[in-house]
Design a protein around this ligand. Structure first.
Ligand code: NAX
Length: 327
């Protein structure tokens, strides 16, 4: 067997961590031939709970799990990491202003970016799941000047998967029948799930559904799905978020299927006229560990207005973290 890949996970004792770690250790992330070492970061008060999770990992006797290191110091935990899944973040508490939320998360993602810069392996790939994911990724990226910017991604794959499920249900098909769906923009209620290039069994999706369904059902359902799950479950989505985190990183490392693309929040290179540098969702293909933004899609007026709105929100978030000295 090959040398274990070092996978760092933050917020490892949290809800998402409780699903994510077992998926990684079982081989869902890197396949059945790649051993992994887990390197788990938590805040000091959560280390005891994390020890319990590690006991359960031990008790699974996963053949691919070569070891587990835990700690509360990012400089130690990120040492030699090839993959970093940044899940731990500061949630918005009641009455918290957006500026306070960004500042509180800056206090997490700024030092974590610096620790990755100083200690991670040269091939490090970073995926931010913790919200506000896109701007947290921007903060981490900005504080890791020696790591190529394109190695910092944020998670919009859960939104992509949610949109696939909604479109499949509406068209009486399965997610396997759908290609070329895209989430554009921010992982927030402004995100834009775009079916205008999507195909359902080879037929353009926008010809199979009417505009009224798109506008009043599909788009708001995908945008508000996180809130609907909190309402129903009494807790935010965790297993599906862990699954999407695995999907995103697995595809980034191992490649997207031939003839399809996925949605990934990546630093904008100016494609589709989107402000350079913000981390926003695009249609992407991946191969050999690198991704490319799908080029040349025609964007209609309806889509453009929605992409612009979500990108504007990300630009505002960037301005806010700039004024706080976080990027
Ligand atoms: P939990 O509150 O269950 O777990 C978060 C964990 O992070 C806690 O154990 C906490 O101790 C830890 N943590 C806090 N600060 C830390 C730090 N500086 N270093 C290391 N660990 C730290 O939240 P959970 O439900 O697991 O969600 C985690 C994050 O994912 C949240 O920010 C959440 O909003 C976000 N989500 C993102 C999604 C996405 O699609 N991008 C969807 C699901 C989820 O809402």
């Amino acid at each position: 067997m090959s040398t274990p890949v070092k996978v760092a996970v933050t917020g490892a004792a949290g809800q998402i961590g409780y699903s994510l770690l077992f998926r990684i250790a079982s081989g869902s992330l890197l396949g059945p031939d790649t051993p992994v070492q887990l390197r788990l970061l938590e805040i000091t008060p959560a280390l005891k709970a994390l020890e319990g999770v590690v006991m359960e990992l031990d008790d699974c006797a996963f053949p691919l799990l070569s070891g587990v290191e835990i700690g509360d110091d990012a400089n130690v935990v990120f040492d030699g990491a090839n993959i970093a899944l940044l899940v731990g973040a500061r949630p918005r508490s009641k009455g918290m202003e957006r500026g306070d939320l960004l500042e509180a998360n800056g206090a997490i993602f700024k030092p974590q970016g610096a620790a990755l810069n100083a200690h991670a392996a040269d091939d490090i790939k970073v995926l931010v799941t913790g919200n506000p994911a896109n701007t947290n990724a921007l903060i981490a990226k900005s504080n890791a000047p020696d790591i190529p910017a394109e190695r910092f991604n944020a998670l919009t794959r859960l939104d992509h998967n949610r949109a696939l499920a909604q479109l499949a249900a509406k068209t009486g098909t399965t997610v396997n029948d759908i290609r070329h769906l895209t989430i554009w923009g921010n992982h927030s209620a402004t995100q834009y799930p775009d079916v205008f290039h999507a195909e359902v069994n080879g037929q353009n999706a926008s010809e199979l559904v009417d505009q009224a369904w798109l506008e009043s059902t599909f788009i708001p359902t995908v945008q508000q799905r996180g809130a609907a799950i909190i309402e129903a479950r009494g807790a935010s989505s965790a297993a599906s978020a862990a699954n999407a985190t695995v999907d995103h990183m697995r595809d980034w490392v191992l490649g997207t299927p031939e003839g399809d693309w996925v949605s990934m929040s990546v630093p904008s290179d100016g494609s589709y006229g989107i402000a350079e540098g913000i981390i926003t969702s695009f249609p992407c293909t991946t191969s050999g560990g690198d991704y490319s933004i799908v080029q040349g899609l025609e964007i209609n007026e309806f889509s453009q207005a929605r992409i612009d709105a979500s990108v504007a929100e990300l630009q505002e978030e960037r301005e806010a973290v700039r004024s706080l000295g976080l990027v």
